[in-house]
Structures are given as structure tokens and as C-alpha cells.
Design a protein around this ligand. Structure first.
Ligand SMILES: [Zn+2]
Length: 140
């Protein structure tokens, strides 16, 4: 019996990583295929691969977004809460907080795959900052 794994497919190439020996190799796959047996080119073990064609990266899940600063920095942040009047609470990484990368008054933008209408367009202004927590508001 071979092992079973889930393998991501990007541009019709499956990103195979052998569960037995960790060897990596990409294989082309047809668009309509859902699973495929792969024989590892290194250790020869056979793995049953279920193909995952999700287009958004798994690590950028709901609640996370990429914050873009005016200085061109890209920082992954957690969207903590979204209030009705347009104020939003976000958490930035501790390193960014210590470096005071973003301070009140700064203009920022977002790249947010799970809610592009909310955060994907327009600029926001940092209203306040308290450690890793920033309060921001959409600029009209
Ligand atoms: Zn292998």
C-alpha cells in the first residue's frame, strides 16, 4: 500500500514531495485529473496523490492580509476586527511593531484575497498604534 497525500497544482504542474524520502519534483497533469499515482524518482515508492487546485495560498487564510506601506514594505497582518463605521483593528508582527514600521498618520494599502472589496482597494490611514495593534480607517 502506498501513502496518500494532497498535492498542490500550480499552472497544471503538481508540486510533489515524496512522503518517504522528501524528494521534490513537479509533474505536469491534465486539467481534469483529480488524483494520480506517482512513483518517486529517488526512492521508487509509490504515492497516491489527491490534487488540490485551490488558487489562493493556504497560508493566507481568512483574517490575514498583506499590508503595503508607502515605503514599499509588504507585511503580513491579522485583521482583528472590523467595525461598522469603517474603523478596523489590525495586528502587525512584533518585529514590525518594534521597528515602528507604521506610525499614526501613515497611509497604507492592502492586498487581501479573501475580502478584496473591503481591503483590496483604496488607502487607509493609521489612526492609532498600541504595540502590535493598529487602528486604521479608510480614507475617503
Ligand atoms: Zn521518495
Amino acid at each position: 500500500m502506498g501513502k496518500k497525500i494532497i498535492v498542490r497544482v500550480i499552472n497544471n504542474r503538481m508540486q510533489f514531495k515524496c512522503p518517504s524520502c522528501a524528494a521534490r519534483r513537479n509533474y505536469p497533469v491534465q486539467p481534469n485529473i483529480r488524483s494520480k499515482n506517482i512513483r518517486c524518482s529517488k526512492c521508487q515508492s509509490i504515492t497516491r496523490c489527491t490534487l488540490n487546485r485551490r488558487t489562493t495560498p493556504r497560508e493566507l487564510s481568512s483574517g490575514k492580509a498583506i499590508m503595503l506601506t508607502n515605503e514599499g514594505k509588504h507585511i503580513e497582518v491579522n485583521i482583528h476586527d472590523i467595525s461598522i463605521d469603517g474603523g478596523i483593528g489590525i495586528d502587525i508582527p512584533i518585529a514590525a511593531a518594534r521597528a515602528r514600521t507604521v506610525t499614526p498618520g501613515a497611509e497604507i494599502r492592502f492586498n487581501c484575497k479573501w475580502n478584496p472589496r473591503l481591503l483590496g482597494s483604496g488607502s487607509f490611514k493609521v489612526i492609532n498604534s498600541n504595540g502590535q495593534r493598529l487602528g486604521i480607517k479608510k480614507m475617503l
